[in-house]
Design a protein around this ligand. Sequence first.
Ligand code: NAD
Length: 357
Amino acid sequence: MTKHITVMAGDGIGPEIMAEALKVLNGLIDAGLDVSFEEHLFGGAAHDATGSCLPDATLAACEKCDAILLGAIGGPRYDSLPREQRPERALLGVRSKLDLFSNLRPALLYPELASASSLKAELVADLDLMIVRELTGGIYFGEPRGIETTDGGEKRGFNTMTYSESEISRIAHSAFRIAEQRNGRLCSVDKANVLEVSELWRETVTQIAAEYPDVELSHLYVDNAAMQLVRAPKQFDVIVTSNLFGDILSDAAAMLTGSIGMLPSASLDASGKGMYEPVHGSAPDIAGQGIANPLATILSLSMLLRYSLDESKAADTIDRGVRQVLSDGLRCQDISGDQPAVSTTAMGDAVVAAMAN
Ligand code: NAD
């Protein structure tokens, strides 16, 4: 049965990078991939055309499809809108309407780009790790929260870190399934030596491991995980962790790779349906110049095919194409250093050509 993708290019460099991802997708469809896609307005572009950053037709398309591919949204023109009408709010709206609780942040470093990392090349060359972060619970949402004034007149701020068994269970299942599709190793990160909520996290993840005999589960305390990530990051395959710990660890892992223009991401629901997007924003400073790096969006498409549409052969074809263009020496300006850079469209064309080989 044909699978359907909702495509939302968005704002700034969004349409430029999405055009290249769609070249790649069309190439795969021409070669027999049974997928269709439909483009919809989202973010500032939707606001300009319809008065809403998340038009009803776009939300309906997101609800109906099998997966969503997003470029980027936002820009200075929309920063003066009331908060609830801004593009960023529309993004949160889609995430919460679709209950996208599992955030996938891969950190992948091609050997050719190892010098862009803040770590020594031998520590990071060929790095390929995936952080699965719980996105809709934990201390960012826990109640009670607030700032109060005590009887003594002193102000006191407080938040609550809370996870129910069902919240832990669904993120654990999501992470185990991802580990099954990768190298079969899952590291759960918590602070079970200090926090009761982490004790429950560890106990629940350990119980669920019995359902995934092909995945080897390990546990680390978050402070040790942070150390290991900068000491020997290649030891990890998949890391699963809570919202707060994942927020911090995934940004640290992203920096190991050196370039924001190369990093894809995804947010999944319990069934594996998801929204896929580059980690970077709409880069208004370079929009319209034809120099944005489209690889993070192209790699987001690869993740979409692998994790939501179960089309790992097509995903492998894209990954191989990206590897090939990098080893051929092609670079957009964000990763070119002193070398000459290629344009957004030249990079997209080169990936399509490399995929055909
Ligand atoms: P940004 O990621 O857009 O840009 C940061 C820097 O990285 C800029 O110098 C930019 O030129 C560069 N850059 C980003 N992507 C690149 C690419 N593909 N190729 C080459 N260079 C690239 O972050 P920002 O400037 O803080 O935010 C700009 C706008 O994007 C804001 O309106 C922000 O709210 C929005 N934003 C959207 C998303 C999203 O759509 N999910 C995420 C983050 C920021």
